[in-house]
Write a protein that binds this ligand. Sequence first.
Ligand SMILES: NC(=O)c1ccc[n+]([C@@H]2O[C@H](COP(=O)([O-])OP(=O)(O)OC[C@H]3O[C@@H](n4cnc5c(N)ncnc54)[C@H](OP(=O)(O)O)[C@@H]3O)[C@@H](O)[C@H]2O)c1
Length: 277
Amino acid sequence: MTQPSRIWFITGISRGLGRALAEEVRAHGDLVVGTTRDGTSGLGAGVHAVPLDLSRPEAPAAAVRAAHAVHGRLDVVVNNAGYGLLGPIEETRDAEAAHLFEVNFFGALRVLQAALPLLRAQGSGHVVNISSIAALAPMAGSGLYAASKAALSALSESLAQELVGSGVRVTSVEPGAFRTDFLSEQSLRRTEMRLAAYEATSGEAVRALEKLIGQQGGDPRAAARALIQAVRAPEPPMHLVLGADAIGRTRARLERLGAEVTRWEEVSRATAFARPA
Ligand SMILES: NC(=O)c1ccc[n+]([C@@H]2O[C@H](COP(=O)([O-])OP(=O)(O)OC[C@H]3O[C@@H](n4cnc5c(N)ncnc54)[C@H](OP(=O)(O)O)[C@@H]3O)[C@@H](O)[C@H]2O)c1
């Protein structure tokens, strides 16, 4: 028996991972309602587009309503749209940090808050938040970006626990470097201020990222297929760490964290009251 098509709501299908996902979802026989800034996608049959600019607080709820109206349901909700900000933390102005969080975190939160009542009413659904390896293994030069994605990853874990028994699943995706526009001038922003003090740390990390443009090991189409596989799995992952680089960085981070917990365990445990309450 063939399965009925799932309806995927995907933010940011104009290019990059979002577009690759929309194309792969169609190739797998499911339907897409995706967002672009102007509400057109040029992707043909089976892909509807609705307008969304995540930096406008009222926009996500309207986009989710419009998307839901297309087929009368949403099965998979993918918070994909986002961008990177490079520059040392000390150099970052309030407005730069606020805009980043508005798009990468609050925009995604507003999408979820609009979509969750619909998914819970259906008794089924899958939320997929595209976070970043930066959330699990942050580096110099992209601290605010890492913070915005760490917030999204943490939110996903809490949400999964809140939704137990509702039929709605949650997956946080932490991709490594994928060959999209993400690192290009068209997508990436940089802090306006420049401080010489951070040249050796943040500056070096940013130069390494610049060298990565066009050389990223990750194929967005393969990422899209991995994501579809995860959504279709009987037991979808809570975290999907995508790419060999992301796996390496995650394992190294877990080792460092584990070693540090062990090194300071005695001091840490000694903070309890001498006598239990
Ligand atoms: N590629 C990587 O190496 C990588 C690694 C880790 C995580 N990620 C994450 O993966 C997601 C997709 O990135 P990508 O690699 O596909 O980058 P991309 O090629 O730059 O595509 C970004 C997408 O997000 C949309 N977008 C950005 N700001 C928006 C806003 N204010 N309102 C609505 N849409 C907005 C863009 O729309 P426009 O075309 O209209 O600008 C575009 O569709 C992002 O969340 C990113 O943080 C990417």
